[in-house]
Design a binder for this molecule. Structure first.
Ligand SMILES: Cc1cc2nc3c(=O)[nH]c(=O)nc-3n(C[C@H](O)[C@H](O)[C@H](O)COP(=O)(O)O)c2cc1C
Ligand SMILES: *[C@@H]1O[C@H](CO)[C@@H](O)[C@H](O)[C@H]1NC(C)=O
Ligand SMILES: *[C@@H]1O[C@H](CO)[C@@H](O)[C@H](O)[C@H]1NC(C)=O
Ligand SMILES: *[C@@H]1O[C@H](CO)[C@@H](O)[C@H](O)[C@H]1NC(C)=O
Ligand SMILES: *[C@@H]1O[C@H](CO)[C@@H](O)[C@H](O)[C@H]1NC(C)=O
Length: 385
């Protein structure tokens, strides 16, 4: 009897599921949990990307925060995007000269120079986080940090307004669009993007239908794009005749579609499940990149491949780059950082650059443009599966 009772706590812990942690602890909660809602954690207390989530959750009204935080359905894909990186451990090599790794941070995207292999994803409703500055902090912060800004189709500034800021800062930006199927309207969108100075069009193709978003629906903050849209390779070819800007396909989720993109002459592809916001059960971009690496690795040489979803640490970036991804995008962290405006966005860029080079150095990676896939153990670590 006694021995049974003693064994019970052990049985309990053996069967307990590892809980999902949205904001892995950084110690910020110990300092600020008593800070009343509506207050902003001082920026100098933000030491990690997850701290921006904590600060925004505390500062924003629930409806506005929830629009950013939300994922589709049961949010399994949203959670998987964050957790997947821990399923694959590093294989750090030692006794290598990594002292020059910082000099390898800069990269090119479609031939344009940037200071780091990460960028700001297109995300609508910047005003939710910053009603006065709206998108300006994102545009100005990207310029100051030397990274790419992708303006969302459903944005709070017009493409011309972003073009003006970019011209002043000598900044390269791309413009994301959702196509309406009305050729007159869609041609106008292409022409306006080009005239405003955008250097590429991002066509988001993971949103043929509306995203089912429960958490956001509660606040009438569902998807910004509605209804069904026609997305076919035929349409892609038609759009290519309308503009001389490169058209990047955002939302590729299988090796087959990556190969189709190459076959159809796509300018570049962007692996994404829309931050887990479109269809629950969709794979993370790390899983898709691994599938391409295993089944059609030549794709990474044929076209530029970008990826986003759940990137929160320097080592997350390294894992995607190791598979052949050229640059990675972040959505929510920048939206949360934009609560602080330009300074927050600049701070995030500085933190992530610092993590990338230090994580690389400790992992024995000397050159961010030449990371061996063997820098990562691609056998699943089942504690996190
Ligand atoms: C609040 C929010 C709004 C978004 N709006 C758009 C959009 O208008 N167009 C688009 O292509 N992707 C949109 N996305 C998806 C992002 O571009 C990106 O794929 C995703 O946020 C990456 O995942 P992460 O948030 O985990 O970094 C949005 C994402 C968020 C969080
Ligand atoms: C981009 O960087 C390379 C290498 O530093 C440099 O040679 C080139 O002139 C730069 N291109 C532009 C457009 O600034
Ligand atoms: C919430 O977001 C909207 C934009 O969608 C903005 O106009 C409003 O001011 C925000 N509310 C607060 C309290 O920040
Ligand atoms: C603007 O950018 C171009 C290309 O990157 C560069 O050659 C030029 O020196 C920059 N000019 C200024 C004023 O920064
Ligand atoms: C397409 O949009 C144009 C301009 O917005 C409008 O005049 C036209 O009626 C639309 N065409 C169709 C078929 O809906």
């Amino acid at each position: 009897m006694r021995s049974t009772l003693l064994a019970l706590p052990f049985i309990g812990s053996a069967l307990a599921a590892r809980p999902f942690v949205n904001e892995p602890a950084t110690g910020i909660e110990e300092l600020f949990d008593s800070l009343p809602a509506g207050n902003l954690v001082p920026l100098n207390q933000i030491v990690a990307l997850h701290d921006f989530d904590y600060a925004a959750r505390k500062f924003l009204i629930p409806a506005n925060y929830t629009y950013y935080r939300n994922g589709a359905g049961g949010e399994w894909s949203y959670r998987n995007n964050l957790e997947v990186f821990q399923r694959y451990r590093l294989r750090p090599r030692v006794m290598l000269d990594v002292t020059g790794v910082e000099a390898t941070l800069p990269t090119t995207i479609l031939g344009y120079n940037f200071s780091a292999p990460f960028f700001i994803c297109p995300a609508s409703r910047a005003a939710n986080g910053n009603p006065t500055e709206v998108e300006r902090g994102l545009v100005e912060g990207a310029a100051a940090g030397g990274i790419l800004y992708n303006q969302a189709g459903y944005s709070d500034l017009s493409v011309e307004e972003v073009g003006e800021i970019a011209a002043k800062n000598n900044q390269t930006f791309f413009r994301q669009i959702y196509l309406t199927g009305n050729d007159t309207t869609d041609k106008t969108a292409f022409n306006r993007a080009k005239a405003a100075g955008a250097k590429a069009i991002i066509w988001t193709v993971d949103s043929a239908a509306d995203g089912v978003r429960h958490r956001a629906a509660r606040y009438s903050m569902g998807s910004a794009n509605g209804g069904f849209s026609l997305q076919t390779w035929g349409e892609y070819k038609k759009y290519k005749t309308w503009t001389d800007l490169p058209i990047v396909l955002k939302g590729i989720q299988t090796v087959e579609d990556a190969q189709e993109a190459v076959a159809n002459g796509a300018d570049a592809i962007w692996l994404s499940n829309h931050g887990g916001r479109q269809v629950d059960g969709s794979p993370s971009s790390l899983e898709v990149a691994l599938e391409i690496h295993q089944e059609a690795p030549e794709v990474f040489k044929q076209i530029e491949v970008y990826a986003d979803g759940g990137v929160r640490y320097g080592s997350d970036v390294l894992k995607l780059l190791a598979l052949g991804v050229r640059a990675v995008g972040l959505g929510r962290p920048f939206m949360y950082a934009n609560v602080y405006g330009t300074e927050g966005v600049k701070h995030l860029i500085k933190l992530l650059k610092n993590e990338i080079i230090n994580d690389a150095g400790n992992a024995g990676i000397a050159d961010l443009h030449n990371i061996s896939p063997r820098a990562i153990n691609w056998n699943v670590n089942h504690w996190y599966s």
